[in-house]
Ligand binder design. Structure first.
Ligand code: SF4
Ligand code: SF4
Length: 449
C-alpha cells in the first residue's frame, strides 16, 4: 500500500503532533513497537476537531494511521474514540474493518492524555517518567494521521481547529498555518463579548492570550473565547504570590486533588496535596515533593477536584520546574500499577460535570466543520512549531515564495539535524519581515480575495 514510504517523507512534510504537543512525528514513527494507537479521545471541553475529521475524512485518516502502523511495525492498530460518537465509531469500524480495532472510551477528562489512553485501549500502564514507547506503544493524533497520509504530496500548510465559547457560531475550520486568531474568530461569526480573552489549545491545558493577532501554528487544536471576567480567565491571571498565599492558608489537606489525579490513579507517585502542604514550609522545589516531576499539568486538580478552588496544578508545575532546573530527578520512583485497576474507572471526571464546574455550560458544545476557502492577505509562520530547536530561516526579506516552499529548517548541530521539523509557506507571496521568530509573508495581490 505504501511502498517507499519512509519517516524521512514525514519529516520533510513538516508533520508534528497536531494535538497540541508538537513532537516531530518522524521521530515517533522511527521506533519499533507492537501496538499503535490513534488518539481520537479529544477531551478539551468544547473541542470537536478530531471527531469532525473522522466524520469527514475517515479514509484519509485511516490511510495515514495504517502507513504509520507499517513504519513502526505494529501488529495491532487501535483507535480510541469516545463511545458517545456512535456514528463516527460505526464509520471507523466500517472503513477500517479487518485492519483496525475500535475501542469506545468514556466521555471523561483527561481521556486524551496518552498515559490514560494507553491504559484504556491497551491495558498497559506507562511507568512514571516514561513515554508510551516504554510499554511498546506509539500514540498519534487524528490530524497527525491525516497529515501523514498527505505527506508525500503536500507539506503541512493547513490547520484544523475548533473555535468555541463567546463566538456567534462555534465551528471547526480549516485555516492556513499562520492565520490570525482574529480571522478565526471572524469566521466563527465574530465575538459575542466586548472584552475577550482567548484560550489557545483549550481551557484546561492551553495558554491564555489577549492579543488577537497571535498566529495559528501546526499544533493548535482549538480556541475557546471567554470574557475577560470569566472565572477561568480570572484564575489564569493569578500570580505565584497569590497562589502561595491563598494555598498556604486555605488548603485543608483533604487530598481530593490526589485522590482524583489521573497520574496518581495510574499508580505514579504524584501527590498534589503534599505539594500544597510544602507551601507552609517554603519547601517548593525540595526533594520531599519530588513526585511533582510526574505531573502532566492536566489541571484537573485545580479546576475540578479542589473544593476550595486552590491551585495545586500550578504548585506542582512550579515544583517540577525548580526540580528540573536544579537537575534533581527521582531515580527508580515507586510505582503501583494495581491502583489503576482498583480505582481509575470509578474516579473519572465526566465531561458534562466538568463543563458545569468550569462555568462553560452556557456555551454550545458543538463545532461542525465548515470548509471555507480562506485567502489571507498575510500569514505569520512561526519558526518554532514543534518540540525541539527553533528552525533557522531559509528565506530573506523581499524573497518571493510559493505555497508549500520550505521557509525554515531545524539547525544542524555537530553534523546532525536538531530535533524539530521544517516549516513551510502556507500561501504564495513575498517575505515582508522576519521578526521575533516569525516569517511574515504577504500574498500576491492577484491571489487575495
Ligand atoms: S483538594 Fe484543595 S484543599 Fe484539598 S488538599 Fe488538595 S489543594 Fe488542599
Ligand atoms: S495537574 Fe493535578 S491532577 Fe493533573 S497530573 Fe498534575 S497533580 Fe495530577
Amino acid at each position: 500500500m505504501s511502498a517507499g514510504f519512509t519517516p524521512e517523507i514525514v519529516a520533510e512534510a513538516g508533520v508534528v503532533g497536531a494535538g497540541g504537543a508538537g513532537f516531530p512525528t518522524h521521530v515517533k514513527l522511527s521506533a519499533k513497537v507492537d501496538t499503535i494507537v490513534l488518539n481520537a479521545a479529544e477531551c478539551e471541553p468544547l473541542f470537536h476537531k478530531d471527531k469532525e475529521l473522522l466524520k469527514h475524512f475517515p479514509e484519509l485518516v485511516i490511510e495515514g494511521f495504517l502507513r504509520s502502523q507499517e513504519l513502526v511495525g505494529a501488529r495491532r492498530a487501535i483507535v480510541g474514540i469516545k463511545g458517545k460518537y456512535e456514528d463516527v465509531l460505526e464509520a471507523m469500524r466500517r472503513h477500517g474493518a479487518g485492519r483496525i480495532e475500535v475501542v469506545p472510551l468514556e466521555d471523561c477528562y483527561p481521556s486524551g492524555d496518552e498515559f490514560i489512553l494507553v491504559y484504556d485501549t491497551v491495558g498497559r500502564v506507562v511507568p512514571p517518567g516514561g513515554i508510551p514507547l516504554a510499554v511498546g506503544v506509539v500514540v498519534i493524533n487524528v490530524e497527525t494521521a491525516l497529515n501523514v497520509a498527505q505527506a508525500r504530496e503536500t507539506p503541512v500548510t493547513e490547520k484544523f481547529l475548533t473555535v468555541a465559547g463567546a463566538v456567534a457560531e462555534p465551528v471547526t475550520l480549516r485555516v492556513p498555518v499562520g492565520f490570525s486568531i482574529r480571522e478565526c474568530v471572524q469566521a466563527a461569526g465574530g465575538l459575542t463579548v466586548d472584552r475577550p480573552c482567548y484560550f489557545l489549545g483549550g481551557v484546561m491545558m492551553g495558554v491564555m492570550v489577549t492579543e488577537p493577532d497571535t498566529v495559528v501554528d501546526k499544533t493548535l487544536g482549538g480556541i475557546v473565547v471567554l470574557p475577560e471576567d470569566h472565572i477561568l480567565a480570572v484564575r489564569r491571571r493569578q500570580d505565584w504570590r497569590q497562589i502561595v498565599r491563598i494555598g498556604r492558608s486555605a488548603c485543608d489537606q483533604c487530598a481530593y486533588c490526589t485522590e482524583l489525579c489521573p497520574r496518581w490513579l495510574l499508580g505514579h507517585p504524584i501527590e498534589p496535596h503534599r505539594a500544597m502542604r510544602s507551601l507552609g514550609f517554603n519547601l517548593v522545589g525540595q526533594a520531599n515533593v519530588a513526585g511533582t516531576s510526574f505531573c502532566c499539568e492536566c489541571n484537573l486538580c485545580s479546576l475540578y477536584s479542589c473544593p476550595e478552588d486552590l491551585d495545586p496544578k500550578n504548585v506542582c508545575a512550579e515544583n517540577k520546574r525548580r526540580l528540573a532546573a536544579e537537575g534533581k530527578r527521582w531515580q527508580n520512583p515507586p510505582f503501583d500499577p494495581r491502583r489503576a485497576e482498583l480505582h481509575l474507572r470509578n474516579r473519572r471526571a465526566p465531561m458534562e460535570r466538568l463543563i458545569h464546574k468550569l462555568g462553560l455550560q452556557e456555551y454550545p458544545n458543538v463545532g461542525p466543520l465548515v470548509d471555507k476557502n480562506f485567502k489571507p492577505k498575510r500569514v505569520g509562520i512561526r519558526l518554532k512549531q514543534h518540540v525541539g530547536a527553533p528552525c533557522e530561516p531559509l528565506v530573506r526579506v523581499g524573497q518571493v515564495v510559493e505555497k508549500g516552499e520550505v521557509v525554515g529548517r531545524p539547525p544542524v548541530l555537530n553534523g546532525k539535524a536538531a530535533l524539530g521539523a521544517p516549516v513551510h509557506a502556507s500561501i504564495a507571496g513575498t517575505v515582508i519581515k522576519i521578526e521575533d521568530g516569525v516569517v511574515w509573508i504577504e500574498a500576491h495581490p492577484e491571489k487575495q480575495e
